[in-house]
Design a protein around this ligand. Structure first.
Ligand code: PCA
Length: 193
């Protein structure tokens, strides 16, 4: 018998909170380093309420070095899954719900293209200035062509940065050009680290 029923059975008034159905929304932390950051071309995905919930937590930095490069005809940023090479990369940490994470997975074509992995991110909370380590989801490129490692490795991405390689929006791309084959290698993740 539920506690609410038991109280009724005993003839006692049922307190309001008993029997109340609690729905919990799963929350996740995501570290974004590329076009999803503030003032970058895909940030509207995170701010669009129709996609779900997102809240900015603060600036984040990876705790391992990774190569952050710009590649393809469309100047797309990639964090390559080769820990120990490149820089401690700066980005932003957001809290998102299941719905928003699902939308980001569609945008990043996880797990076919970018692969979402959990990683430790040093985060400076915007509200309190407190520094904390969070396990965050990060979209990595795991199977990559080795020549991508010869590209300049950035510490922080901005589409309109001094590299002169502005991101090209999907709506402007050639539907017949397979840009994914420009970067995808056939290495297994273990070969790359
Ligand atoms: N969007 C994701 C991965 C690369 C990109 O452009 C991000 O900003 O983290």
């Amino acid at each position: 018998m539920s506690s609410a029923l038991m109280i009724k059975f005993l003839g006692l008034p049922v307190p309001k909170q008993i029997g109340y159905v609690h729905t919990t929304r799963m929350m996740h932390k995501v570290f974004v380093y590329g076009t999803l950051k503030r003032d970058e071309p895909n940030n509207y995905w995170l701010s669009d309420k129709k996609n779900g919930h997102s809240a900015y937590i603060g600036e984040g930095t990876t705790t391992k070095k990774y190569p952050l490069i710009i590649a393809t005809k469309y100047n797309i940023p990639f964090l390559i899954f080769k820990p120990g090479t490149g820089n401690l990369v700066k980005g932003e940490v957001y809290q998102v719900d299941d719905a928003m994470l699902g939308k980001l997975d569609i945008l990043e074509d996880h797990p076919n293209y970018y692969v979402r992995e959990l990683d430790d991110i040093n985060t400076i909370k915007d509200k309190s200035n407190e520094e904390v380590m969070f396990k965050c989801w990060v979209y990595f490129l795991k199977k990559f062509k080795p020549e991508l490692l010869r590209r300049p490795m950035l510490e922080s991405y901005s589409s309109l940065g001094p590299h002169g390689l502005p991101y090209m929006d999907r709506s402007k791309r050639d539907p017949y050009h397979n840009y994914k084959s420009e970067i995808k290698g056939d290495n297994e993740p273990s070969d790359s680290s």
